[in-house]
Design a binder for this molecule. Structure first.
Ligand SMILES: [Fe+2]
Ligand SMILES: [Fe+2]
Length: 190
């Protein structure tokens, strides 16, 4: 896994643990957006040869979405409105326009979202063990898949242009370090 340049802020975990129903709704939207994003990446000519791999990711994310919806149903939590994530929109704002560069930037941002999800799911799998074992087990079951998505997206960017991917990864890791420290009182994973 990546060497992040900033730790997840200390107030993130208590905020999540104290608002699990809202976090699960946010998580459902996160998986829904991950599925649509995998399909959106298929528009880039540089990724035409990877369409079936992207379809496979989209289907996996759709399954995750469905699993979260089942959890919501079992717990009597209504599926509600999504909150916009300032961290994700801050990263997406820096994706350059212009097909080839845009594909690399977009893949890097997707990769970092998957990487941070993987890291956070790992923390939740551990922290929820005694408090909510069902949820702990659920988060643990997603870690490998999100880690694979992180790796797949970064390798796809490297296949387009390795040096440019290094350069932009450096930029986006700095941006992540800045954005992750900005206070966000909303009960969101990102
Ligand atoms: Fe997922
Ligand atoms: Fe994912």
């Amino acid at each position: 896994m990546l060497l992040w340049r900033e730790k997840i802020p200390a107030d993130w975990l208590p905020k999540i643990l104290n608002n699990l129903p809202a976090v699960l709704v946010d998580h459902a939207h996160l998986e829904r957006k991950a599925a649509t994003t995998a399909l959106t990446l298929e528009k880039y000519p540089d990724l035409f040869g990877r369409v079936q791999e992207l379809n496979a990711i989209a289907m996996e994310e759709l399954q995750h979405f469905d699993l979260v919806l089942n959890l919501l149903k079992r717990r009597g939590i209504p599926f509600g409105q999504p909150f916009p994530s300032p961290w994700i929109s801050g990263m997406m704002r820096e994706v350059r326009k212009g097909i080839r560069l845009q594909a690399i930037d977009h893949l890097i941002v997707c990769s970092l979202v998957e990487g941070r999800s993987c890291e956070k799911f790992q923390i939740l799998a551990q922290e929820l063990t005694s408090h909510d074992p069902e949820l702990a087990q659920f988060y643990g079951s997603l870690v490998e898949s999100e880690g694979n998505h992180y790796a797949t997206y970064i390798l796809m960017a490297r296949d387009i242009n390795d040096a440019e991917t290094d350069r932009r990864l450096d930029y986006f890791l700095d941006l992540d370090a800045t954005l992750i420290c900005q206070p966000n009182p909303l009960p969101m994973l990102h």
